[in-house]
Design a protein around this ligand. Structure first.
Ligand code: FEO
Length: 403
């Protein structure tokens, strides 16, 4: 059982850990996740967000260790997705449906759509405040970070930002704060950014600029997933600034699948070509790497090579899966090249180039198609393609297109 703990004076973390989840709507969560929820006690008792429905009993038990759940006066819903509203109707059944639910305009619409219930919605937008005796909550709409309803809630006097999904990580462990876990949490935060927020990077940049202009004192950031940033909250803000700029680095990611190892041989020869130019490389077989790990590697790569054999006049299904996922998340500033073996028709490279063009990648080569099995000359051509990718990337970076 996840014990509630006090994160600041009379503010408790009452959420639940999901140790077992390994697939979060298509995102691999090897270390589970948490659904964070926060209880602020005072003249009015406020609950910020709830948890996934299957954890209802544990959630109510956690709240009960702090106060009788009936004593909650106000609910704030920062975000409608059901990992955070899954217990909203249950809470409202307990506290009474006349109790106010503070949310954005889109939040009210989306809660009604999800649960087919109407509540006493109190619509708030950026700059609106809610006085709680000697404390003040201020709201900041963060549309499309990552849903239309998303917003932050800021506890002014304490400098605590309840940031919904933003700055989160899918991580369940025995550590609850950044100072307890250290840099070990950064890869989880990076993966979370790549898979949930990359698509909205320009909005992240706008938000960071808005927050800077507002000159908010931020002592602690409390996302709805993972650890809380209390020791150095500026660290995750700086990382979001870096990731959202999507500036390329000296790194090539080579993604491939293979039927009879011909495309594997090509991928390895391209890898050797890249390495011969002292450029960093990641070789990722789509049978071995989950799509959510591949996009995490891609966010700072300056170049991508994708290899697929031709199957039934198309690309390999697993490659199509990964490309569909990558395309949706809209990585930017990449140079690209395609490769693949074929038997008789050989459409894969052409299809891959079409995919690259749709993703606005800069295609630096027509790509390499090899019939059946590559010989030494073919593999030399692949090596040369790796060299070309690396040299082109280095030229771009030397020209100022770098982090
Ligand atoms: Fe953690 Fe968008 O829900």
């Amino acid at each position: 059982m996840y014990k509630p703990f006090e994160i600041a004076d009379k503010i408790y973390s009452v959420g639940c850990r999901d140790w077992d989840i390994r697939d979060f709507h298509g995102y691999s969560t090897y270390e589970g996740t948490t659904y964070n929820s926060f209880l602020i006690l005072g003249e009015k008792n406020v609950l910020i967000d709830t948890v996934k429905a299957k954890f209802a009993d544990e959630f109510i038990a956690n709240i009960s260790r702090v106060i009788d759940p009936k004593e909650i006066d106000i609910v704030i819903s920062n975000h409608t997705e059901m990992d955070h509203t899954g217990c909203l109707t249950k809470i409202m059944d307990i506290i009474g449906k006349d109790k106010p639910v503070y949310c954005s305009k889109m939040g009210a619409k989306n809660i009604k759509s999800h649960f087919k219930q109407d509540f006493n919605f109190q619509i708030v937008g950026s700059g609106d405040e809610l006085k709680l005796g000697n404390r003040t909550l201020s709201f900041l709409e963060t549309r499309m970070l990552h849903w239309p309803d998303s917003m932050f809630t800021y506890l002014v006097e304490d400098g605590i930002l309840f940031s919904s999904d933003a700055f989160g990580q899918h991580y369940a462990g025995d550590k609850f704060f950044d100072d307890e876990i250290g840099n070990e949490i950064v890869p989880h935060a990076r993966k979370y950014y790549a898979n949930i927020l990359l698509h909205f990077s320009s909005r992240v940049q706008d938000l960071l600029q808005d927050v800077t202009k507002m000159n908010l004192k931020i002592n602690m950031i409390c996302p709805d997933h993972g650890i809380l940033w209390r020791d150095n909250p500026s660290k995750i803000i700086e990382l979001y600034d870096k990731w959202s700029k999507q500036k390329p680095t000296n790194k090539v990611v080579i993604i491939f699948d293979s039927m009879w190892e011909s495309t594997t041989k090509m991928a390895k020869a391209i890898t050797s070509g890249v390495e011969s130019e002292n450029v960093n490389v990641r070789l990722m077989n789509t049978r071995k790497w989950h799509r959510s790990d591949i996009i995490t590697e891609i966010i700072d790569a300056g170049a991508i090579a994708v290899g697929s054999p031709t199957l039934n006049n198309g690309i390999f299904p697993v490659i199509a899966d990964v490309l569909t996922y990558i395309k949706g998340l809209k990585p930017q500033n990449k140079i690209a090249a395609a490769f693949g073996s074929y038997g008789w028709s050989g459409e894969a490279v052409k299809i891959l180039n079409k995919e690259f063009a749709e993703m606005k990648f800069d295609i630096i080569d027509d790509g390499i198609r090899i019939q059946y099995v590559p010989d030494e000359d073919d593999l030399n051509k692949c090596f040369d393609l790796g060299v070309k990718l690396a040299k082109t990337l280095k030229e771009r970076l030397a020209g100022g297109d770098n982090a």
